[in-house]
Write a protein that binds this ligand. Sequence first.
Ligand code: CP
Ligand code: NVA
Length: 299
Amino acid sequence: MRHFLKISDLTNKEFLYLLKKTKEVKNSFKTQQKLTSLSNHTLVMIFEKQSTRTRLSFEAGIGQMGGRAIYLNTRDTQLGRGETIEDAAKVISRMCSIVMIRTFEQETIEKFANNSKVPVINGLTNKYHPCQILADIFTFIEHRGTIKNKKITWMGDKNNVCNSWIEAASLLNFELTISCPREYFVDCQLSKNLIYVEDPMTACTNADLIITDVWTSMGYEDEKKERTDIFQNWRVTQEKMSLASPNALFMHCLPAHRGEEVDSEVIDGPQSVVWDEAENRLHTQKALMSFLLLGEQNL
Ligand code: CP
Ligand code: NVA
């Protein structure tokens, strides 16, 4: 049994397999071919934080493959009244085939997985957001052919999405430059795939892709004021995009705060692929669920 709690749970070959499978899954969706490979499968989704895209893409995705989804949240379940995560995992995983969890601590999802009879998917923790990176990399390849040897620049908070990009850089062998205030560049080892450049202008120069995300992630709301002050120079502006390669793309996992981490003219501009990126959550996660439940097989 396999879980997907972080990008490094996959081998390079498995990641490439998922990208290939996603292309097939997306093609079936676009040509309205009916898939039934996950009929009789039930996905339980547990949310301890809000979501639009993750909930929708998982729920729609399993439905489009013949299965069904059940949505649970902390407020309405015994998880919000102190039932331990281990006990919840033992019970929930007896009644479904696969579980997706969005929570705070990575440790919580690890505890759930350790007590689960069925595959567990990380739908975002404070530490990682691996499903987002599957969609981001699929989107980049869809537009530019390959990510190998490309220069990818992350601007702003070194958060859960950024941490999953860091894992992908060594798995897929591309160069990732992180630009953020020095005191936010923590828990990280530089390598041949990972570069730190404090100056945001230098970091954007010649980039093939500029990515950003909110300055204050869910769970860090108390720090919003100081974060808004310190990250001002890391806003993705048209000026920064013009320093990048002429072919450069812009990505953001969404939801975005226009005028904070990104200007509207960038997110709505010709280099932005954020809507494809959001849609591709659906296709990559269908490929992922199929891989975790059925292994490598035809649709
Ligand atoms: N990008 C993303 O995970 O969006 P949601 O918070 O809406 O699920
Ligand atoms: N980094 C953001 C991503 C939201 C999809 C957060 O954790 O709030």
